[in-house]
Design a protein around this ligand. Structure first.
Ligand code: FES
Ligand code: FES
Length: 162
């Protein structure tokens, strides 16, 4: 049995160790934010964060993930208490069909965690692996900028209170 740490919780996984993480998330753990798009690492819909890096969960077997820290979109907040990235995407109405959005949010979160002041150019470059068939790219960019502003103002507030 494989044991994974997902969104801060330890989870025992029944699926065979060579099962891609995406199937385990959706079929075994009811964590349905990550989506199946291509299953080949070519669309970004299944993206989650592992040890701070955005990865394609559709091509990552769970046996490679023991002892590592996995974050899915559910780990960024929930309906009652959405996190800054989720609030920003809602405020900018960045989703049309929404299928690509969970993956985009996870890669954007990983980027802002390591570079809170990411430029538009670096956001665009980072999002290259993601396909959005609805063409909502400009709204996505605005949402990520908004999320960055909120995260950075919280960090600044916390510094001022110290
Ligand atoms: S479903 Fe994983 S990259 Fe397309
Ligand atoms: S919002 Fe539909 S694929 Fe991106």
């Amino acid at each position: 049995m494989t044991t994974l740490t997902i969104n801060g919780e330890s989870r025992s996984i029944k699926a065979s160790p060579d099962t891609p993480l995406l199937y385990v998330l959706r079929d075994e753990l009811a964590l349905n934010a990550a989506k199946y798009g291509c299953g080949l690492g070519q669309c970004g819909a299944c993206t989650v964060i592992v040890d701070g890096k955005a990865i394609f969960s559709c091509i990552t077997p769970v046996m490679l993930l023991e002892g590592r820290t996995i974050t899915t979109l559910e780990g960024l907040g929930n309906l009652g208490a959405p996190g800054p990235m989720q609030r920003a995407f809602l405020a900018e109405q960045a989703a049309q069909c929404g299928y690509c959005i969970p993956g985009v949010m996870m890669r954007a979160q990983a980027l802002l965690n390591r570079d809170p002041h990411a430029t538009d150019e670096s956001i665009k470059a980072e999002l290259q692996p993601h396909l959005c068939r609805c063409g909502t790219h400009m709204r996505i960019l605005r949402a990520i900028r908004r999320a960055a502003e909120e995260m950075n103002s919280k960090t600044a507030d916390a510094r001022t209170r110290r």
